[in-house]
Design a protein around this ligand. Structure first.
Ligand SMILES: Nc1ncnc2c1ncn2[C@@H]1O[C@H](COP(=O)(O)OP(=O)(O)OP(=O)(O)O)[C@@H](O)[C@H]1O
Ligand SMILES: [Mg+2]
Length: 259
């Protein structure tokens, strides 16, 4: 099983939107995909299953390693897509989780998910690269970094990639897939300039070629609890996330071939 975290130091940059729609794209390609909400605020769960606040989930598995994974998995209408909501256990939300044990438990969680036949696991993380997110990054194969296409946001991205690269001390396997630009406004010069500025700032292989356009459909889709691609008007967006999925697969394959 390949585990891909979607992370950023920043909030509101599109992590949850990218996680849901990329997971949906992997599932549509036939891969058995598990979408995990590792954000204690639980937005994936809220979006996909309205009752998710009352469901057990990822943080319950982190708090209690004997929690059976089967009880955490929520099926979706797509056979190949399942979801693990954030869950009930708020100790970690409050920073009160037992120190040092959660990395081990994140690893155990991934092992159990792989044993159940999932081929791809996408993990939506909370903003910031600390706490349980750091443990997820220490345990997973790859990380994708969404970044909103706006001029002021771009300058801090190289530092963030450096911080992620330093995670390789703990996790030498971590493949930093790169930055995916989100909420790109094709009719706004400043937005396109922000995309270009980031391409100038970073090595070519650190910025995904696929960009996610700004589209009100994303807001409407999350209000309805759906990946945008399943909405009637969402066909155009399917192609965006198919491309992002292909690019991600290519990067992972190149990496596997090298090692
Ligand atoms: N491409 C897009 N076009 C339009 N709106 C978008 C797009 N991507 C995300 N949004 C909207 O922007 C807001 C933030 O997106 P999202 O929740 O995915 O970010 P996040 O990084 O997960 O935030 P947080 O740090 O709070 O978890 C949401 O209201 C979402 O619907
Ligand atoms: Mg989020």
């Amino acid at each position: 099983m390949i585990t891909i975290a979607v992370s950023s130091q920043k909030g509101g940059v599109g992590k949850t939107t990218v996680s849901i729609n990329l997971a949906h794209a992997f599932a549509r390609s036939g891969k058995r995909t598990l979408l995990v909400d590792a954000d204690p605020q639980g937005s994936v769960g809220l979006s996909l299953t309205r009752q998710s606040r009352t469901l057990n989930g990822f943080y319950d598995a982190i708090a209690d390693p004997n929690f059976p994974l089967e009880q955490l998995i929520v099926p979706t209408r797509l056979d190949t897509l399942a979801l693990v909501p954030a869950g009930q256990c708020s100790d970690y939300e409050l920073g009160g989780g037992a120190m040092g044990v959660s990395l081990h438990r994140v690893r155990t969680f991934f092992r159990m998910a792989a044993a159940q036949g999932h081929e791809v696991c996408i993990i939506d993380t909370a903003a910031g690269l600390f706490g349980v997110t750091a443990d997820v990054l220490s345990a997973c194969d790859a990380v994708l970094v969404p970044q909103q296409a706006e001029p002021l946001g771009v300058r801090s991205v190289p530092k963030m990639l450096e911080a992620l690269t330093r995670m390789r001390v703990v996790n030498p396997r971590l493949n930093v897939l790169g930055v995916v630009m989100t909420m790109v406004q094709n009719r706004l010069a400043e937005s396109l300039e922000a995309v270009q500025a980031l391409r100038n700032l970073l090595p070519q292989n650190m910025v995904m070629r696929t960009v996610v356009p700004r589209d009100d459909l994303f807001v409407r889709a999350s209000a309805k609890g759906l990946p945008v691609g399943v909405m009637e008007e969402g066909a155009g967006v399917l192609a965006v996330f198919d491309n992002l999925r292909l690019e991600t697969e290519n990067k992972l394959n190149v990496d596997t071939a090298r090692s």
